[in-house]
Write a protein that binds this ligand. Structure first.
Ligand code: SAH
Length: 227
């Protein structure tokens, strides 16, 4: 029997030592979410390897260090309304929810996560419900490159698939003072993790931080010609 809690603690300690986890809130969120309950059952024993894992339909759940890094870059606070594009298995959304909508919060925020593959949207919903995130995370099946105008604007936006460029609807739906993290680049080729800040006067600043490898973003503002 694997002691998943011990594995989770060890992973978080490693990510802290590597400088990926820099804040207590990201550390605590990563300690709370059981990754082994989000990945496919046959991969449970690999849940705390710091690697992406296949979740079906050609997609992957990001490696824990990428989840942690994106959460740090987003400067998440309790009460934030967050949009995630690419729910996958729901793991990343759960980690974000632990930060913006912890159980004890008086004014909890909320995570909206959009998934284009119907079966994955269902999987994310099931996983989130089974792990008590249903009230804090809403899974929407659809094209996340269009954002979610009915719930906009968002304090924070994270995109977990690589886009050809920043989809204009997402930029529009980001609040002034908001932050977006998005991988940009060609499918299965060079991609950068881009940090986008919309200043309170509406000015947009972009910074490319590091090379990354994400599955391609599909949809209206995604990559064309993908299966
Ligand atoms: N955050 C996820 C990672 C999933 S990988 C997790 O924690 O598991 C990226 C996901 O983005 C895939 O599930 C893929 O189907 C989805 N995706 C790709 N293009 C999309 C789009 N335009 N809208 C919504 N989801 C999209």
């Amino acid at each position: 029997m694997i002691d998943f809690e011990a594995e989770r603690r060890r992973l978080v300690e490693n990510l802290k030592a590597e400088g990926v986890i820099r804040s207590r809130k990201v550390a605590e969120a990563m300690l709370k979410v059981p990754r082994e309950k989000f990945v496919p059952a046959r991969l449970k024993n690999q849940a705390y390897y710091d690697t992406p894992l296949p979740i079906g339909w050609g997609q992957t759940v990001s490696a824990p260090h990428m989840v942690a890094m994106m959460c740090e870059l987003l400067e998440l606070e309790v009460g934030h309304k967050v949009l995630e594009v690419g729910a996958g298995c729901g793991y990343h959304a759960a980690v974000v929810a632990e930060i913006v909508a912890p159980r004890e919060a008086e004014n909890p925020g909320h995570v909206y996560t959009v998934e284009i593959v119907k079966e994955l949207a269902e999987m994310a919903r099931r996983n989130l419900e089974a792990n008590s995130y249903a009230g804090r995370v809403t899974v929407v099946e659809g094209d996340g490159t269009l954002g979610l105008p009915e719930y906009a604007p968002f304090d924070r936006i994270l995109v977990t698939a690589a886009a050809p460029s920043v989809p204009p609807p997402l930029l529009e739906q980001l609040k002034p003072g908001g932050i977006m993290v998005i991988p940009v680049g060609d499918p299965y080729s060079y991609q950068v993790l881009r940090l986008v800040r919309k200043r309170s006067n509406g000015r947009v600043e972009e910074e490319d931080l590091l090379g990354v490898a994400f599955v391609p973003l599909r949809g209206a503002y995604g990559h064309k010609g993908l299966l």
